[in-house]
Write a protein that binds this ligand. Structure first.
Ligand code: GLN
Length: 269
């Protein structure tokens, strides 16, 4: 049923600086259903909480992802990671897949936050065996809501089950990659409502990326692929780190999404 958006709500949102006030009013009205919750949701939005945290979901790459307050909001640009990851997780021939002649791919969504990336890849390639991990208990609870089993509370690889070693075909590592000195320039929604641990990548933004790359070869299956989003400025250093770990680097960009992804391929066995 179409909900009726009250002009008063549009005005409140516009006054608070929401550029897409009509759209946001419609989303809030729909999420609130009937009754007084609507004004509570509008109040939270007007005070600056990201829309997705207020309504409790984000639409990302064709899936609706549940989102808890204080959990990183999936970015549209990360659609590039999903496309590349799904392509690598795809069974190589549909006929073989139908006959279950090829083993399904194991995908690990590391630093998973809400689990949005893993959920979106599984939506595109339902046969995958999906694991996800995050060091933040709030993110783990949110990812369990989205993914069910297979979500681990783990500081990078430290808390992962040992049996995953050497088995990961697709290692999605959307690690925090904002250089510490750039944090003050992030939008207030990110600075105030997302955990700093989901954003801060250290001096040049690549601290966590380097830590992941160094350990990735031990967890990747032969022919497995590590994928991480980086900024354009980080490409040379990121490629060096991938090469130093013995993985074969490649860079992918999508201008429409304003996204850059560095990958590292593990040698085939
Ligand atoms: N602000 C960055 C973005 O919007 C945060 C990315 C990150 O650290 N994962 O893409």
């Amino acid at each position: 049923m179409e909900s009726v958006v009250q002009p008063e709500i549009v005005e409140r949102l516009r006054a608070a600086g929401c550029v897409f006030a009509e759209d946001e009013a419609a989303v809030l009205t729909e999420a609130a259903g009937d009754g007084p919750t609507l004004w509570e949701l509008v109040r939270r939005r007007v005070e600056g909480e990201p829309l997705e945290q207020v309504v409790g979901y984000a639409d990302f790459c064709g899936v609706r992802v549940r989102l808890h307050p204080g959990v990183f909001v999936p970015r549209l640009r990360s659609g590039l990671l999903v496309t590349l990851a799904a392509a690598h997780a795809e069974p190589r021939s549909p006929a073989a897949a139908a006959a279950h002649a090829e083993p399904r791919s194991t995908v690990l969504d590391l630093c998973c936050g809400s689990g949005a990336l893993g959920l979106a890849v599984r939506h595109q390639v339902p046969s995958i065996a999906l694991h996800a991990a995050d060091a933040d208990p709030a993110a783990v609870a949110c990812a369990r809501d989205n993914l069910g089993d297979g979500v681990h509370l783990s500081d990078l690889f430290a808390g992962l089950p040992g049996h995953l070693r050497g088995t990961v075909d697709v290692l999605l590592a959307n690690v925090p990659y904002v250089a510490t000195r750039h944090l003050p320039f992030l939008p207030a929604e990110a600075r105030l409502h997302e955990p700093r641990t989901a954003l801060d990548g250290g001096e040049d933004g690549l601290d966590l990326f380097r830590a992941v790359v160094a350990e990735a070869p031990a967890w990747l299956a032969p022919g497995g692929l590590l994928l991480s989003e980086v900024t354009e400025a980080q490409i040379p250093a990121a490629v060096d780190a991938v090469r130093a770990a013995g993985l074969r680097p490649a860079v992918h960009s999508d201008d429409d999404l304003d996204a850059t992804v560095v990958t590292g391929a593990s040698p085939r066995g």
